[in-house]
Design a protein around this ligand. Structure first.
Ligand SMILES: Nc1ncnc2c1ncn2[C@@H]1O[C@H](COP(=O)(O)OP(=O)(O)OP(=O)(O)O)[C@@H](O)[C@H]1O
Length: 246
């Protein structure tokens, strides 16, 4: 079964039609990169997957449950579907360790010793064990984002959503974050849906590239076809040309 499946999904903000006829299937373990111009609906689409935005028509099945069904327990979905935001969203008054340990303690009732052990392993994985007792404000943006990724991983989700995780970072910090994401894409069976303008990342680790414009999906290719073959859609070709030359 697919991890995420959109079937003829429509999303409106009032009378504005933000997602149009979305059909998209993402299998468990796939890494899919979502690209497109500003305002095309990428954030809206990714935020529907964990219920941060509602849909008005169609079906959206995530980990076997339909988000369009009012009876679906959104908290059960969020246990399995983590999200990493552009602006990190760490708890400002909690240490790095507390940020990582909080949700597993409250939501999963993970025992304190095991919770600590897992948090420290994750800090090793993102290269920040020495920062365990710091507060977020004492870290750089790139470090904070790596902590936000570790915090999501601590829930052992099946799926991780990334909404422009590097676009608020200074250029010299981007690679550290992308390397952590590449490591997850390669070394785990996690499903990843990533909104990003980082085409190097897309080319290296994405299984598929999905291009959106004006609320629609115009192209959905393997990353080989997208980068080496060239997309069939004219607007996708133009967009690719622009971001690769800039
Ligand atoms: N809460 C909202 N209310 C009304 N309109 C919204 C809301 N959120 C987004 N929109 C509109 O929906 C469209 C899609 O926005 P969205 O943020 O999904 O685009 P995006 O592709 O992620 O853009 P960007 O790359 O600039 O983040 C835009 O026209 C935006 O103005």
């Amino acid at each position: 079964m697919a991890m995420i499946e959109f079937q003829d999904v429509q999303k409106y903000y009032g009378s504005f039609h933000a997602l149009k006829d979305i059909n998209l299937k993402i299998e468990a373990g796939e890494t899919v990169v979502l690209i497109g111009p500003s305002g095309s609906g990428k954030s809206t689409l990714i935020r529907t997957v964990n219920g941060l935005e509602t849909i008005q028509k169609g079906k959206l099945i995530v980990n076997g449950q339909d988000l369009a069904n009012k009876k679906t327990d959104i908290n059960r979905i969020r246990k399995n579907v983590g999200m990493v935001f552009q602006h990190f969203n760490l708890y400002a008054n909690k240490t790095v360790m507390e940020n990582i340990m909080l949700a597993p303690r409250i939501v999963l009732h993970r025992k304190e010793d095991e919770n600590r052990k897992i948090a420290l392993e994750l800090l090793d994985r993102v290269g920040l064990r020495s920062q365990a007792e710091k507060l977020p404000a004492q870290l750089s943006g790139g470090q904070q984002q790596r902590i936000a990724i570790a915090r999501s991983l601590a829930m052992r989700p099946k799926c991780l959503l990334f909404d422009e995780p590097t676009s608020a970072l200074d250029p010299e910090m981007i690679d550290d974050v992308l390397n952590v994401m590449k490591d997850i894409a390669r070394d785990s069976d996690m499903t990843m849906l990533v909104v990003t303008h980082e085409m190097g990342f897309a080319r290296e680790v994405a299984n598929r590239v999905v291009f959106m414009d004006d609320g629609r999906i115009l192209e959905d290719d393997s990353s080989e076809k997208f980068f080496d073959g060239e997309p069939s859609n004219e607007r996708a070709r133009q967009f690719l040309g622009k971001i690769i030359t800039h």
